[in-house]
Write a protein that binds this ligand. Structure first.
Ligand SMILES: Nc1ncnc2c1ncn2[C@@H]1O[C@H](COP(=O)(O)OP(=O)(O)OP(=O)(O)O)[C@@H](O)[C@H]1O
Length: 599
């Protein structure tokens, strides 16, 4: 249903912040009530015993579950066979092709300039990286027919650069950290090889170890996403790739009824997409087991680790039964468009002997996005400026996302625009999940073509018709700027991003670098503002941009530093030359400690 505008003060505003909402929406009181679904007791106890101790180390479950069950489960894994035959009866696809993929005419790839994509430089680093043989066509990956057909149904004729590398890397069994520009097809890059491996190996046999009790949901693939909306999107994409394969993709995310999600899982869950809070919650209630997980994916991994989810991710990795019963090694993957150095350091705890791929200039903006800067003082005139920018840069059928810094700011701007008769919806962390979903639906359908959003919508959301992104308030960090503007110019399409800047922006110099790198025009007033910020000691290039963005595999840098056996690295495509130094810039701003290229 498309949302109807209701001013914030008339809303009941019951939702809390995201993690709170995650908990409240389902209510802990549900615990132990029974009411259908998987019986907690199979043999007098729950499937995993009395549950996970939450303290780290070996959990009580694993001790109790012990060798007896373990041996049964070990026999299950990788037994080959047909996923759709798992429960005796053939599991039929419950949705039609059109329901899953949308009308055929909307699936065309026209507009994607693959030749331009092919020129994007890619670098692979890590042990034996020279063994990586990228695919040029999907057919080279020898995907099972059903998966291959689904790519065709999606309208994917050729793999994007990140897909060319990640598909063979994951299929070869390696862990992976992948940095690729926004909108470059990372979802397919991690989900397709994961599904392919599962399809090749077949479902775990004898799912419930011969017991007559219904088994606890035990996904073989787990993907974590930082926001509920992104999780929904990943699950929707995954369902397309897994269409008619017998593999079932489910979602558990905050703000949604936990009972419904639980019964959904109990209908069979082979690949699970989850937000970290809801997953830990449901795991602690023993609604599912992660013991069979063979693939662990962190999408927008830097966001997840950087923005406070680290303890939850650690808990999921170290303190659950993840992968414990799998006969194959747990394979882990991390994907993002930006990877700060400190996040890479943290990430190493979750990866094993991983390959690192970077596509294009990591952490830089796609050249498909035309970036503009507009000078704007904070104050009422900013809304007038926004009005003008929308009129000038948003085509008739196009959609526009306006990013603001605070939830209150989002509410205020929504009211302001509404009073100017602009059809607008807003999305932020204090809105209920229903309101968030309605706002997105109204935006996607075009009935509210302007979406005012906080950073809750900055990452991962893939809405094809977004032709304009306005940074009404500049984000605090430059990587958020990159992700925000990546909501347009996706999958080869063009878009415009307008930034409202003034002297208060703390990274003017780095912003300037981004514009120059992406071959964008920089107005004279902006160059002067950058220079004067530099003179005043503010807004200057930190020289750490590459570090913040993880412009390179930190292992290579460390090894090079030690000057002993630098980890191997291959540049597989040649990149364009570096940007010229602009007049008035000191060389060190672009020096070795500054921007790093991806090649
Ligand atoms: N090989 C392909 N051919 C055509 N379209 C593709 C291909 N791969 C992905 N796409 C499309 O490109 C769009 C962007 O993909 P996706 O959302 O996975 O990008 P992303 O890299 O994860 O972006 P972000 O960094 O913003 O999360 C989607 O609409 C997807 O359907």
């Amino acid at each position: 249903m498309v949302s109807k505008y209701v001013p914030p003060h008339q809303r009941n505003g019951t939702a809390g912040s995201a993690p709170e909402a995650d908990r409240n929406a389902s209510g802990r009181s549900e615990r132990g009530k029974g009411g259908g679904g998987y019986p907690r007791d199979r043999d007098g106890s729950s499937f995993e015993g009395k549950g996970h101790d939450g303290k780290g180390g070996k959990s009580e479950n694993s001790e109790r579950y012990g060798e007896q069950k373990k041996s049964t489960v070990f026999q299950m894994q990788g037994a080959g066979g047909d996923w759709s035959q798992r429960f005796g009866n053939k599991r039929r696809e419950t949705h039609t092709e059109e329901e899953v993929f949308g009308p055929a005419k909307t699936r065309s790839t026209s507009g994607i300039d693959f030749d331009k994509y092919d020129a994007i430089p890619v670098q692979v680093t890590g042990e034996n990286c020279e063994d990586v043989k990228p695919i040029v066509r999907f057919s080279e990956a020898k995907l099972v027919d059903s998966l291959f057909d689904n790519l065709r149904r999606c309208g994917y004729d050729r793999p994007t650069p990140v897909q060319k590398y990640s598909i063979p890397i994951v299929l070869s069994g390696r862990d992976l950290m992948a940095c690729a520009q926004t909108g470059s097809g990372k979802t397919c890059a991690f989900m397709v090889p994961c599904l392919e491996s599962l399809l090749r190996s077949g479902p775990p046999k004898d799912w419930n170890g011969g017991s007559r009790a219904r088994p606890k949901p035990m996904p073989c693939g787990l993907c974590l996403a930082p926001t509920r909306e992104l999780a929904v999107q990943i699950q929707e994409e995954s369902k397309k790739f897994a269409f008619d394969t017998g593999i079932r993709c489910c979602i558990i995310n905050g703000g949604t009824d936990m009972r419904e999600q639980r019964s959904e899982l109990e209908g069979g869950c082979d690949v699970l997409v989850a937000t970290p809070g809801r997953l830990t919650d449901m795991f602690e209630r023993q609604y599912l087991s992660l013991g069979c997980v063979q693939f662990f994916i962190l999408d927008e991994a830097d966001r997840m680790l950087d923005m406070g989810f680290e303890p939850q991710v650690r808990q999921i990795v170290k303190q659950t039964d993840m992968g414990r019963w799998s006969t194959v090694r747990l394979q882990s993957m991390m994907f993002s468009a930006t990877f700060a150095r400190e996040v890479q350091v943290m990430a190493r705890d979750f990866l094993n002997d991983y390959l690192f791929i970077k596509v294009g200039r990591v952490g830089s903006a796609s050249e498909l996005v035309t970036q503009k800067v507009v000078y704007a003082d904070d104050g009422p005139q900013k809304v007038r400026a926004l009005d003008k920018v929308i009129k000038d840069h948003c085509p008739k059928e196009g959609l526009c996302v306006v990013f603001v810094e605070t939830k209150r700011g989002a509410d205020a701007l929504e009211i302001d625009l509404h009073q100017r008769n602009v059809s607008v919806a807003a999305i932020h962390g204090d809105r209920t999940q229903t309101e968030r979903e309605e706002a997105l639906a109204a935006f996607k359908s075009g009935s509210n073509p302007i979406l005012v959003a906080t950073d809750v919508a900055a990452r991962g959301l893939d809405i094809p018709n977004v032709s304009l992104v306005v940074n009404f308030d500049m984000p605090k960090q430059l990587d958020d700027y990159v992700h925000r503007i990546g909501r347009t110019g996706r999958a080869g399409r063009k878009g415009t991003a307008v930034a409202f800047v003034n002297e208060k922006c703390s990274y003017l110099h780095d912003l300037y670098d981004i514009l120059v790198e992406a071959k964008q025009e920089t107005p004279l007033w902006f160059e002067e503002m950058v220079r004067s910020a530099r003179r005043m000691g503010g807004g200057k290039g930190t020289g750490r941009r590459a570090e913040r963005f993880g412009g390179s595999d930190i292992r290579s840098t460390e090894e090079a530093g030690k000057k002993e056996g630098v980890s191997s690295s291959v540049s597989l495509t040649k990149g364009p030359p570096r940007a010229e130094l602009p007049v008035g810039r000191s060389p060190d701003a672009f020096g070795t400690s500054g921007l790093e290229d991806a090649w």
